[in-house]
Design a protein around this ligand. Structure first.
Ligand SMILES: O=C(O)CCC(=O)C(=O)O
Length: 486
């Protein structure tokens, strides 16, 4: 039984799309799009591609051959994903070259003749080779809280396995993918229900998308497991609604970037030998997707171990540990993340207002952006207020506001945020003096009052209220802030 295709993904010239148009038409509407014209001048597009348009495998072996990478065996399923093995880039390329001699796949019918096909995935290339500058992230994807944060802080520190030096494998969500024709990625929605963008440096990919409103159709009756491969015989007994799903199809060509919105299930096939660069990220527009997923995964984790609750010393702690292991972060991690990020927004806001005699005109877009960030975060903090384990007294210190202001990593986050929003809102130049800004901030009335050792969701809500009210006063009411939020 084939799948039903209901339409195709829109294709737009990215050079003619402003940041605010992209936000309005795709980010805020959570709608996929293919963008052309955004990869001009990327070093990856010349170094990584041979004159005949094929991946320059020799270049990878020569320059990056020693890197250890995760490689998926596309022919072997392991739980909900493909089996993964670790090897060096040189080993991976040797396999690729051996296999290509035998021409093992038939991508038009998406069948392999029983031999495995290897697909290099999730290579933290930028983290590993920061000097090489393979590409620059297009401006429309720069408001990336996840990677900006992870460049300076860890999302989750497992006290049992934490090692200061071994940070690469969980250090960011910026990846390189490389695979021969016929390699593929099973049906899934992205980590944390983040957005992703994926740029084809060479080769072509075929994507099939299912809108979030239809995603229940690919799950079993209990909403526990989802279809693995939409092109194999999907059991009607197990997935009774699958045949009702209506898919969007898209062929992504070389030098095109696809924007994958939050919560869209997708399956991807490499129609040719392909190299792609891909980032996952979230910001004010999809933060609620992250919280909703965490809450759902938390409830599942809890239900799963319910029968050992009575014999467990720290049942809640175990739930949070399992949540972090399965989802990549837990409630504490997420709260610390949104709190630090809100503080960084406030620091920038303070800097912005404190350095302009007449802030209204020149700083309006950036102030609005910061306010949008704060209000979207406050919405999540309001939901987190009712979570028992995050309430005052129910945990050790989550985050100390004053310590945060003294942490050099936090100052780095403030700087990078300042540079990023300076780039996005071109009329505003970031000449940031972090010491001055921190001193100003410490002098603010409400910071002086903020002397509790821990910051709870309740504190964060109040703290954002203060900032937004202050901003509303300066910019003439809260309407300017709220118009695009709901
Ligand atoms: O390119 C692939 O094989 C998968 C990429 C993907 O799923 C994504 O970018 O979300």
């Amino acid at each position: 039984m084939g799948i039903e295709i209901g339409g195709h993904v829109e294709k737009v010239n990215g050079k003619e799309l402003s940041y605010s148009e992209f936000v309005e038409r795709y980010l805020a509407k959570n709608k996929p799009v293919v963008l052309t014209g955004l990869m001009d001048g990327w070093r990856a597009c010349s170094d990584w591609v041979s004159d005949n348009g094929q991946p320059n495998l020799h270049f990878f072996s020569t320059h990056f051959g020693k890197s250890r990478v995760q490689v998926a065996d596309c022919g072997t399923r392991e739980f909900t994903d493909q089996k993964r093995v670790e090897m060096s880039v040189s080993e991976f390329i040797n396999h690729w070259l051996e296999d290509s001699v035998e021409e093992i796949s038939n991508a038009s019918t998406r069948e392999c003749n029983g031999k495995f096909q290897l697909y290099l995935k999730d290579w933290h290339f930028v983290k590993e080779y920061p000097e090489y500058l393979a590409y620059t992230t297009p401006l429309i994807f720069c408001d990336d809280w996840l990677n900006l944060y992870l460049d300076n802080h860890r999302m989750h520190k497992d006290p049992d396995t934490y090692q200061e030096k071994n940070e690469l494998s969980c250090s960011d969500y910026r990846f390189v993918y490389m695979g021969a024709k016929g390699t593929w990625t099973p049906l899934h929605a992205d980590v944390f229900r983040s957005y992703s963008w994926s740029a084809n440096v060479c080769g072509r990919k075929q994507w099939h998308f299912l809108a979030p409103s239809q995603c229940h159709l690919v799950f079993d009756r209990h909403m526990k497991s989802s279809v693995y491969n939409i092109f194999e015989d999907v059991s009607e007994t197990k997935f009774p609604e699958f045949k009702k799903a209506i898919w969007l199809e898209c062929t992504q060509e070389q030098n095109e970037i696809i924007f994958v919105p939050s919560g869209w299930f997708h399956q991807v096939h490499n129609l040719e030998d392909t190299i792609s660069i891909n980032h996952n990220w979230f910001n004010a527009y999809n933060l609620s997707w992250v919280w909703d997923l965490l809450l759902r995964d938390y409830n599942d984790a809890r239900e799963y171990i319910e029968d050992i609750r009575d014999i467990c010393d720290d049942f809640e702690g175990l739930c949070q540990r399992n949540l972090a292991a399965n989802t990549g972060m837990n409630f504490y991690d997420f709260f610390i993340f949104i709190a630090r990020f809100s503080f960084a927004n406030l620091v920038q806001l303070d800097y912005l207002l404190g350095n302009n005699e007449n802030p209204i005109r020149s700083t309006f877009p950036i102030a609005r952006h910061l306010a949008l960030n704060l209000i979207s975060t406050q919405k999540i903090a309001l939901k987190m207020r009712s979570v028992e384990c995050l309430q005052a007294g129910n945990h050790g210190s989550l985050l100390d506001f004053r310590d945060t202001l003294d942490d050099p990593k936090f100052l780095e986050l403030c700087m990078v945020l300042c540079r990023t929003y300076g780039l996005i809102h071109k009329h505003w130049e970031c000449t940031y003096d972090k010491n001055a800004s921190m001193d100003d901030l410490r002098d603010l009335d409400f910071i002086k009052k903020f002397d509790s050792l821990e910051c709870t969701p309740e504190d964060l809500v109040r703290f954002i209220d203060y900032a937004v009210t202050r901003l509303g006063g300066i910019y003439g009411g809260e309407n300017f802030l709220l118009s695009e939020l709901d």
